[in-house]
Design a protein. Structure first.
Length: 279
């Protein structure tokens, strides 16, 4: 059976991207299965949708928990421009020093001061347009770290006003917190896309101020699983109440993401759609 790519649009440009800058965001890359489908589909997606900038959440790319320097370099070499993180960003100790050396691997900006790494990145896309990527983490039902809303305000205040393309990965548990962040940043950033829950949501839209939004991009990894983990292990845990070693699943691999087209002069989203690629 061959590979296929599907698009699901709320404000559609389907297979013909709208004029402007096209940004592909890839949802949480989970373990080797997620990495393999990115390697398989990324170049065709870049060509098919004339993509200028690729961002991917990669905090689960090493066995489902964390990321290593080697895996980060492999993903960047595939053509991903910026890797974002979340609550598993610091799972692998070997990444600590690397976070300071590789500015294109982010961790949430609202972690306490003094930790390795950076929470935002500024670069120039394939089409010559400057952009900024901001990585934030929620606090509701997660580790109590610094306020992501005020941190977002600070990052935007420090940003060069000439940079109009501003993409936010908000790594959070509760849909309510993610939706609130979308409203908080509407009109000030190009797009806010949520990560972490590994389940793609169907609320893809453009907010009144011109900010593209989706509550969760979903997982890029094995869907014959429980959010990436071997389903039998999780079933056993629920049925017995006993914890055990969690291993990444291998089957039902899909790539999930969001494709945003934006006006590089204003930074506003002009079209947004969900992308799903399967084997």
């Amino acid at each position: 059976m061959g590979s296929t790519t599907e698009v699901e649009s709320s404000l559609s440009f389907d297979r013909d991207p709208a004029p402007g800058m096209n940004i592909l965001f890839i949802g949480d890359i989970f373990a080797s299965a997620g990495r393999s489908i990115v390697a398989e589909h990324l170049k065709p997606l870049l060509t098919e949708f004339n993509v200028d900038l690729v961002i991917a959440n990669a905090e689960n790319s090493a066995g489902g928990f964390g990321i290593t320097p080697l895996i980060a370099e492999e993903l960047l070499a595939l053509g991903i421009d910026v890797l974002t993180g979340g609550n598993h960003s610091f799972d692998k100790r070997e990444v600590y020093e690397y976070l300071d050396r590789q500015p294109r691997l982010l961790r949430p900006a609202n972690y306490p001061e003094g930790l390795p790494g950076h929470g935002s990145y500024e670069g120039t896309a394939r089409n010559g347009v400057r952009y900024a990527v901001l990585n934030l983490q929620g606090r509701a039902s997660m580790t109590s770290i610094d306020d992501p809303f005020r941190k977002a305000d600070q990052l935007l205040a420090d940003l060069d006003p000439a940079i109009k393309i501003r993409f936010v990965d908000f790594h959070a548990e509760l849909t309510s917190e993610k939706v609130t962040m979308g409203w908080h940043l509407d009109g000030r950033v190009t797009a806010v896309v949520g990560t972490h829950t590994h389940i793609p949501t169907a609320d893809t839209r453009i907010l009144p101020g011109g900010t593209g939004y989706q509550t969760d991009a979903g997982m890029t990894g094995p869907y014959e699983s429980v959010i990436g983990v071997d389903k039998d292990m999780i079933l056993r845990r629920f049925l017995t109440g006993l914890s055990g070693r969690m291993e990444a699943a291998k089957k039902g691999v899909e790539l999930h993401g969001v494709l945003v087209s934006a006006d590089p002069e204003t930074g506003r989203t002009t079209a947004i759609q969900r992308v799903r690629a399967i084997r």
